[in-house]
Design a protein around this ligand. Structure first.
Ligand SMILES: [Zn+2]
Length: 192
């Protein structure tokens, strides 16, 4: 999200001010109280299982070899389970048979939080304009990109005993597993 420059409540300038221990864009007008918390947006991602393969899709705005999961923003007044089914229908025309949570993943680069589901889907694939093409890949052949939604694919494959092989999207070469265990001692340090 682009940063706000003016207060959406009163129109005054925003200034970087400390709030609850962090610098935030906050309104300078006395009594207005607007603070732009800039919390991450929840994004739904689908590891789509279709006819025993995983469906990977290429966004029309992406480079030619970049395939990933079907994703979309959670809408207001929508459960994430129905949201991911809606996104899948909108983008691929597939119907959702079942959804189960894989996990929740950071995507700090875009200030998003990824909520990833395994979606079993049926129907006939018809891509929306948002997607340029798709691939159906056997789970044992999936190579995983090292970023938010890739970690969801890795966890899904690993839980089912499939090989987990990450690759570098720039070079196309295999890389070691980039996932790191969470170090909660860092939290203690930042709260002191
Ligand atoms: Zn204001």
């Amino acid at each position: 999200m682009e940063p706000y420059r003016y207060c959406p409540r009163c129109g005054a300038s925003l200034q970087v001010l400390p709030h609850a221990g962090r610098d935030r864009d906050a309104c300078i007008t006395e009594g207005c109280g607007f603070v732009h918390w800039n919390n991450p947006l929840p994004v739904l991602a689908a590891v789509v299982e279709y006819e025993d393969k995983l469906l990977l899709a290429r966004n029309a705005a992406w480079p030619e070899k970049m395939f990933a999961l079907v994703t979309g923003f959670l809408e207001r007044d929508e459960t994430p389970e129905l949201g991911v089914a809606r996104e899948l229908k909108e983008e691929t025309n597939l119907d959702t048979e079942s959804v189960s949570l894989i996990g929740v993943y950071e995507f700090m680069r875009k200030n998003e939080l990824i909520i990833a589901y395994h979606v079993k889907a049926t129907g006939t694939i018809e891509l929306s304009e948002e997607l340029a093409e798709y691939r159906l890949v056997a789970p044992e052949k999936v190579r995983i990109w090292s970023a938010g939604t890739g970690f969801a694919v890795a966890d899904w494959l690993q839980a089912r005993g499939y090989p987990v092989q990450f690759f570098d999207r720039q070079t196309g070469e295999d890389i070691p597993d980039p996932r790191r265990p969470t170090d909660f001692r860092r939290l203690d340090a930042s709260l002191q």
